[in-house]
Design a protein around this ligand. Structure first.
Ligand code: PRT
Ligand code: ZN
Length: 226
């Protein structure tokens, strides 16, 4: 049974692409904070809603283990880790609560420029490098394609040139990185953006009201955007 808490704690990216826009969005919901000296914790002053500043990869796990109540993270990270948990038989504990309209990108297959690409089946028997093995494996299985998934933690786009893979599966936004590496995007596996993630089970204490208040304000702010 999770401990009763009277403040809401939201995990956001400390730096990177989503940290600043996440803070700005929450500030536009009327939240303001006092920062700890080490800049890892922000204490909510206008409402009992605090921030924990972390690596994006840690956010799903922090929600799953109850260290944080909510998180702002890319859908790609949330679904990859959910897929990984499902593969190991762990029950799903978190889900996407809201799409937030920033950090947009797509997870796509990319192949060398000179490949003649006809269909996804062209990947059969190939090695595909990615940092998203769960999402890629799910997609390959759904397509009925037998290919080798090569898991790399970074610099996936240079794997074909290094001879480590034939193709890649990576995030694309402008496409400049692919072009610079003589790769072209083919299939899209996932449209991603920053999302508010939260638990599947409702909070059993005052955090339920705090979360509802935050969602009302967030929906108002997001509604003004479009
Ligand atoms: O330090 P920490 O672990 O927290 O951060 P990180 O370096 O793992 O993540 P970060 O800040 O790079 O990305 C955070 C999130 O931003 C991702 O999980 C996505 O949801 C989102 N996002 C949006 C992107 C991109 N656009 C993006 N273009 N994340 C990464 N990229 C990379 C991509 O991997 C590729 O290397 O940018 C390159 C492609 O960009 P283009 O414009 O050349 O196509
Ligand atoms: Zn990361």
């Amino acid at each position: 049974v999770p401990a009763v808490r009277d403040r809401l704690r939201i995990a956001i990216q400390k730096s990177g692409r989503l940290g600043e826009p996440a803070r700005a969005l929450l500030a536009s919901c009327g939240l303001a904070w006092r920062e700890s000296r080490d800049r890892l914790f922000c204490y909510g002053e206008t409402l009992p809603i605090d921030l924990l500043l972390v690596r994006d990869d840690d956010i799903p796990g922090l929600i799953a283990d109850g260290t944080c109540d909510l998180g702002i993270v890319g859908r790609n990270v949330l679904l990859e880790q959910a897929g990984e948990r499902a593969r190991t038989g762990a029950a799903a504990t978190y889900r996407e609560w809201r799409a937030l309209g920033f950090g947009g990108c797509r997870l796509a297959i990319a192949v060398p420029d000179e490949w003649r690409w006809d269909a996804a089946g062209d990947l059969a028997g190939k090695r595909i490098a990615t940092s998203y093995p769960a999402l890629l494996s799910q997609w390959l299985a759904a397509q009925g394609i037998d290919a080798e998934v090569v898991t790399l933690s970074g610099s996936v786009e240079i794997a074909p040139r290094l001879g480590k893979a034939d193709a890649i599966c990576d995030l694309v936004s402008s496409g400049a990185t692919l072009a610079a590496n003589h790769l072209k995007a083919t299939e899209t596996l996932l449209q991603s953006e920053a999302v508010l993630a939260g638990p599947i089970a409702p909070f059993g204490d005052v955090r339920a009201e705090l979360a509802a208040l935050l969602l009302r304000r967030l929906d108002a702010v997001l509604g003004l955007k479009d």
